[in-house]
Design a protein around this ligand. Structure first.
Ligand SMILES: *Cc1c(COP(=O)(O)O)cnc(C)c1O
Length: 370
């Protein structure tokens, strides 16, 4: 079986380093929010060129704490894409605000700036663009719209560690950037983890407080907060990951470009498009086809795993029934949810395995033609 994602080889490559760093943490006796977390925060902030990075328990919390810290809640609207992982909208709902969806661009699958404009009301407080599949949204346009209307821009960069927009890193492009370190993300730990990156020092301070029950000084609480801390072990693991992430992203990019080159010209298969001035880090390599079902079945027969991101656009989720959206409201997102499928891509996917995927994709198309 060629898996969609495999972390096995990646783990093996860093096993010795990991054991070494993890042992140090275990022997230190300090397990939550200690020196490793601080070092991780400083390293990421420096890499991204932002003033602060604040580690939290996961990517969803990164979004929730950021919204909460900006006092977004009841009566407020936040515009985001319907074509993302549920968590993006869930965070908006969790703080009591209303997610308002705006359809995506049919080429890049990221939120369409023109569609954002149509959705702005007097209740709109923020925009959450998602850097989907490893490619940044059209941030200059989004920031321009936000500045005009005095809105905040919170990047959901959970899938995009290492990607850039006009040379600037994801997570440094808005008022705040939110990352997830779930194991399968480009930069992942061996469990859950997350981070908020920002140059807004007031925001950073507030999140520092919110993540430990709204308190800076122990047992003195300024806010109603959360328990959303990062463990020292995860910080140590992520610091090892940071030594390798540029190389791993390079391997992803090379594989993505190789797919692109080798899959050219297959009828009815639309390959992912990289926008100008963007560095796509291929968190996922998704192909669009109206023959998705047959292609996936054929690949399955050839022992190749595929994935569907995402089979149901968020405006049609049961949990969002109360928002009153209908089928047809976001035609691009809906079409993508029917047509996109991801093929195996991870840093240590071998050339042989990738060739097998490429051959199977070409064969599936020939099969469809008879
Ligand atoms: C993974 C992901 C999240 C949530 O991150 P968790 O760490 O799993 O909470 C949010 N948004 C997007 C786009 C993601 O891919």
């Amino acid at each position: 079986m060629i898996p969609l994602i495999s972390l096995k080889k990646q783990y093996e490559v860093i096993e010795a380093e990991l054991m070494d760093e993890m042992r140090k943490v275990l022997r230190s006796g300090q397990y939550i929010l200690g020196p490793k977390v601080k070092q991780l925060e400083e390293t990421v902030a420096e890499k991204l060129g932002v003033v602060s990075a604040v580690a939290v328990a996961n990517g969803t919390d990164a979004l929730i704490l950021t919204l909460d810290a900006y006092d977004i809640g009841e009566g407020d609207e936040v515009i985001t894409t319907p074509f993302t992982f549920f968590s993006t909208a869930e965070a908006i709902s969790r703080v009591g605000a209303k997610p308002v969806f705006a359809d995506v661009d049919p080429q890049t699958y990221t939120i369409c700036p023109n569609k954002i404009k149509e959705k702005i009301t007097s209740s709109t407080k923020a925009i959450i663009p998602v850097h989907l599949f490893g490619q940044c949204a059209d941030m200059d346009e989004i920031n321009r719209i936000a500045r005009e209307r005095d809105l905040l821009v919170i990047e959901d960069a959970c899938q995009a560690y290492g990607s850039t927009y006009k040379g600037k890193p994801a997570g440094s492009l808005g008022d705040a950037g939110c990352f997830s370190f779930f194991p399968t993300k480009n930069l992942g730990t061996l469990g859950d983890g997350g981070m908020v990156t920002t140059s807004d020092t007031q925001l950073a301070q507030k999140i520092h407080s919110l993540r430990v029950h709204g308190s800076i000084q122990k047992y003195h609480h300024q806010n109603i907060g959360y328990n959303s801390r990062l463990d020292e072990l995860h910080a140590a693991i992520l610091l090892v990951g940071l030594r390798h992430i540029d190389q791993w992203n390079k391997q992803r990019i090379a594989l993505g470009e190789r797919y692109h080159y080798k899959l050219q010209g297959i009828k009815h298969m639309k390959l992912p498009k990289t926008a100008e001035n963007c560095l796509h880090v291929y968190h996922l390599y998704c192909i669009e086809s109206k023959n998705r079902k047959q292609i996936i079945e054929y690949l399955q027969k050839k022992n190749i795993q595929t994935g569907i991101y995402y089979p149901c656009s968020l405006h049609l989720q049961e949990a969002y029934h109360h928002l009153g959206y209908q089928m047809g409201d976001f035609p691009i997102a809906e079409r993508l949810s029917e047509r996109l499928f991801a093929v195996p891509l991870y840093p240590f996917l071998s050339t042989e395995d990738q060739d097998a995927v490429i051959t199977a994709l070409r064969e599936s198309e020939e099969l469809l033609q008879c």
